[in-house]
Design a protein around this ligand. Structure first.
Ligand SMILES: Cc1cc2nc3c(=O)[nH]c(=O)nc-3n(C[C@H](O)[C@H](O)[C@H](O)COP(=O)(O)OP(=O)(O)OC[C@H]3O[C@@H](n4cnc5c(N)ncnc54)[C@H](O)[C@@H]3O)c2cc1C
Length: 436
């Protein structure tokens, strides 16, 4: 239902990444007037592949954008139909094999147009669903303050000296969010920490791997090569022609404890990684890993940061956070983007509710926080525990028995969460409080 003519409030989203743009589409589809302000010159994401689990797929389907995402990728259908865990060490023993039923399949896709041809882009598929006239580029938000004329409205200030007035602001400006500091009242990096983990990212041609004699078939779904203090996640994209590689190395000594906020790569979080360095990190791994890494032509090195300590609230007055700005987490469940999509989906249902209006936005956001923060934090914590399992520090040990015990049902709460149930409970709460 398009209620745009009846809504008496306007939303401004800061940040047009995956979560900001999905949130904008969800709000617009609910008839909420929404503009997106992005600091870059276009909707663009740096990175390689992204894996989206069944919870993300359900949201994209619910928004009516999933078929376009599939159409923009070269995969005709969900391609994440298995998740195998294999020892990274010689012999490459299978530790745990998790063939996924149809309803649990996900998709691995390239993120953006900048990496390869536009036909593979995730963001490109989303862009087609958002009114271009509502997307504003080169708009780096520097502050959000109450309007002098009407203190219940908010004024966004941008680095280019311009301003924009809205009734509600959503910070979707990623892990180094500016809006977060406005919500918390603390500097943005007060809730930012190094996770103790470095990720090397690369794309490798499957044909080349076959020619080099790789024994493990990497085209059938996700594979995790597990080892002590390091693991490698690989999955097919681009119709199985390309293998997305994310190789993790964790500082086991813990001499950079989580929480101290130090950046191990200086101010640079992402930089090029020399191939020798990548190979040297996996010297103890077996022949398939040596083959895989020898085929890497170009790799980047990411210092994985997280939102930590967790925020006490995602909301302050009429300002709310979604996605990484609220809860950037380790990558081990492939759940970060999905949690941001869930934020936007819930928010769009609450703000798009026929009873949401300019007078009750603060109460609506409080309920959003109450629903989303425990859920996202639960996944944040599970993600940390999952990394420990992959790297030989799980409670049941580094063995097929240990992996089976620790990983069976590990994704249930990520993938099978009843998000619509959350929305219904939130609406009921607002009704019982007399807000709706
Ligand atoms: C190595 C790695 C692998 C990952 N793999 C997965 C995976 O497989 N599955 C998964 O679900 N997640 C994965 N993630 C996590 C996922 O990438 C993030 O959770 C997701 O991209 C967050 O989206 P976002 O829109 O919140 O933030 P971002 O994608 O960071 O977007 C923020 C946007 O805001 C803009 N911006 C920033 N500041 C301002 C400002 N002041 N004003 C205006 N605009 C601004 C930026 O230009 C950017 O476009 C991975 C992350 C990493 C690092």
């Amino acid at each position: 239902m398009d209620t745009s003519r009846t809504k008496d409030f306007r939303v401004a989203i800061v940040g047009g990444g995956v979560c900001g743009l999905t949130c904008a589409i969800a709000l617009a589809k609910k008839g909420v007037p929404v503009d997106v302000f992005e600091s870059a010159g276009e909707f663009l994401e740096i990175g390689a592949g992204v894996g989206l689990g069944p919870n993300s797929v359900r949201i994209l389907r619910g928004l009516g954008v999933f078929e376009d995402v599939l159409a923009k990728s070269t995969d005709p259908d969900l391609n994440m139909n298995a998740f195998r865990f294999i020892s990274g060490y010689e012999g490459h023993e299978v530790l745990y094999d998790n063939p996924l039923p149809k309803e649990d399949c996900g998709i691995g896709i390239l993120r953006s147009a900048c990496f390869v041809v536009p036909a593979f882009a995730f963001l490109n598929a989303l862009v087609g669903h958002f009114d271009k006239s509502k997307a504003h580029f080169h708009k780096r938000c520097t502050n959000v303050t109450p309007s002098a004329q009407n203190p219940s409205r908010l004024v966004l200030a941008f680095a280019d000296g311009t301003t924009y007035e809205a009734d509600l602001v959503i910070g979707a400006d990623g892990i180094r969010s500016s809006v977060r500091s406005i919500v918390t009242g603390r500097p943005s990096d007060a809730n930012l920490s190094f996770s103790n983990t470095i990720a090397y990212r690369a794309l490798v041609s499957w044909d080349q791997l076959k020619d080099k004699g790789l024994k493990t078939d990497l085209t059938k779904g996700m594979t995790c090569f597990a080892g002590k203090g390091r693991h490698i996640i690989v999955y097919p994209i681009n119709g199985g022609k390309t293998i997305n590689v994310v190789a993790f190395v964790t500082n086991m000594d813990g001499d950079i404890p989580v929480g101290n906020g130090k950046l191990p790569l200086g101010a640079q979080w992402v930089c090029d990684a020399p191939k020798d360095e990548l190979l040297s990190k996996y010297e103890e791994f077996g022949s398939d890993i040596k083959t895989l890494l020898s085929c890497v032509r170009k790799s980047s090195k990411w210092s994985i940061h997280i939102v930590y300590p967790p925020l006490e609230s995602y909301v302050n007055g009429r300002i709310a956070l979604v996605g990484d700005s609220a809860h950037a987490m380790r990558t081990h469940l492939g759940a970060g983007a999905g949690q941001g999509l869930e934020d936007g989906y819930v928010l769009s249902h609450l703000l798009g509710h026929p009873s949401a209006n300019a007078n009750n936005l603060e109460q609506v956001l409080q309920v959003y926080d109450g629903v989303r923060r425990p859920r996202a934090q639960e996944i944040w914590e599970r993600t940390a525990r999952t990394g420990e399992i992959y790297e030989g520090r799980g409670p049941s040990g580094f063995s097929p028995e240990g992996f089976t015990k620790d990983l069976t049902y590990n994704w249930e709460c990520v993938w099978h969460h009843d998000l619509d149930g959350d929305i219904q409970a939130a609406v009921k709460q607002l009704e019982e409080a007399g807000v709706f």
